[in-house]
Design a protein around this ligand. Structure first.
Ligand code: AMP
Ligand code: MG
Length: 333
């Protein structure tokens, strides 16, 4: 059910849950100070209560309403990247809802860079918690249609068009001790670790987010709510290091009468090799464009209802870290 901005603001103020656009993915939003409203997010998403929610605020001046500390290092990151796809995890003020922080002592904050989200925050006068508007572990939505396909037509959706970034925000935690302030990357995103380092210096701990070349094991940081299995289509998904490996496995599967569809990164060569029986999508060879189109492509391939999705992994280089992270989790069956 599509609703207007005014209706979305009114419903949020009334303690209801509304799906909203952001530049990253669509969020399932509720007043971040209203525990009953926040509980509905967990219920609708079937999300475990210990998975904290990101609070979306209107501007940097609101950080002190939520965070007990706002070290200079974090201020610098906020000034450099907000509004934008960076979430800062900071020590929470005592009064901050335990529901929104999933029992943690910290709170995750972000200023979204989307005109409709900004207008909604202004119109409602609220800060909203908004995890992705999908069932727990499933693919994130990047359009209003995706939200309705995943959560049903009864969910009120504010349509703000297709998401420009297309994958979830980069998450950085910042803490302070006698030695000063430190940061750690908790989730890679399109704002890269290199860009963060340029503003904040070297991280306290090296990022543990490595996507193994073998794709067999994916060590992930011990962060609440970061599951190996996440961002998954319903169809089993398998990852391949290049087109040749994908196509040779595809031949074997097709001989066994297993139906497949493929997702390639970079188009040209794929065309010569692929048989006409293989439904496929091709993404451009640029990280930002692949991120923007990734979930849309996976939603579309999922809708084909084949037995298996075969996905070519982009190269193991820094600019592809975030896309590789999401694909690894989608393929972690
Ligand atoms: P999302 O599922 O995209 O809404 O992102 C929420 C994720 O942000 C969680 O799964 C955590 O990984 C991280 N996060 C949110 N709040 C906190 C917090 N208070 N402390 C640590 N990590 C958090
Ligand atoms: Mg999510």
């Amino acid at each position: 059910m599509r609703i207007s901005l005014d209706e979305a603001a009114a419903r949020l103020k009334n303690g209801e849950v509304v799906a909203i656009p952001t530049e990253t993915v669509y969020g399932l939003a509720a007043d971040a100070t209203n525990d009953a409203a926040l509980q509905q997010i967990f219920t609708i998403k079937q999300r475990p209560a210990d998975h904290p929610l990101i609070v979306h605020i209107g501007d940097i001046s609101q950080v002190i309403d939520w965070a007990a500390e706002f070290p200079e290092l974090a201020v610098n990151l906020a000034k450099a990247f907000w509004p934008g796809a960076l979430t800062l995890v900071l020590p929470a003020k005592d009064h901050v809802s335990r529901v929104v922080r999933g029992g943690e002592s910290t709170i995750a904050l972000r200023v979204p860079d989307h005109p409709v989200t900004q207008a909604l925050l202004k119109a409602s006068g609220l800060s909203v918690a908004a995890p992705s508007a999908n069932l727990f572990t499933q693919l994130s939505p990047t359009s209003a249609d995706h939200v309705e396909a995943g959560l049903g037509n009864a969910i009120p959706v504010l349509d703000g068009g297709a998401c420009r970034v297309g994958i979830e925000s980069t998450i950085v935690s910042v803490s302070e001790d006698e030695a000063g302030a430190h940061w750690q990357l908790l989730r890679p995103g399109m704002i890269s670790e290199v860009e963060i380092t340029r503003v904040a210096g070297q991280p306290q701990y090296a990022s543990e987010i490595h996507v193994e070349d073998t794709l067999a094991s994916i060590p992930v940081p011990k962060v609440p709510g970061q599951h190996a299995l996440h961002y998954s289509p319903r169809t089993p998904l398998r990852l391949f290091k290049d087109k040749a490996a994908l196509l040779s496995e595809c031949k074997v599967l097709m001989q066994e009468k297993i139906t497949c569809a493929a997702l390639f990164v970079g188009a040209a060569e794929a065309l010569q090799y692929t048989s006409s029986e293989l439904p496929r999508m091709e993404l451009p060879d640029l990280p930002a464009q692949v991120a923007e189109q990734l979930y849309g492509a996976l939603h579309a391939l999922d809708d084909l209802k084949v037995d298996c999705l075969l996905v070519e992994m982009p190269p193991n280089t820094p600019e592809w870290t975030a896309v590789r992270d999401r694909l690894s989790r989608a393929g972690h069956h």
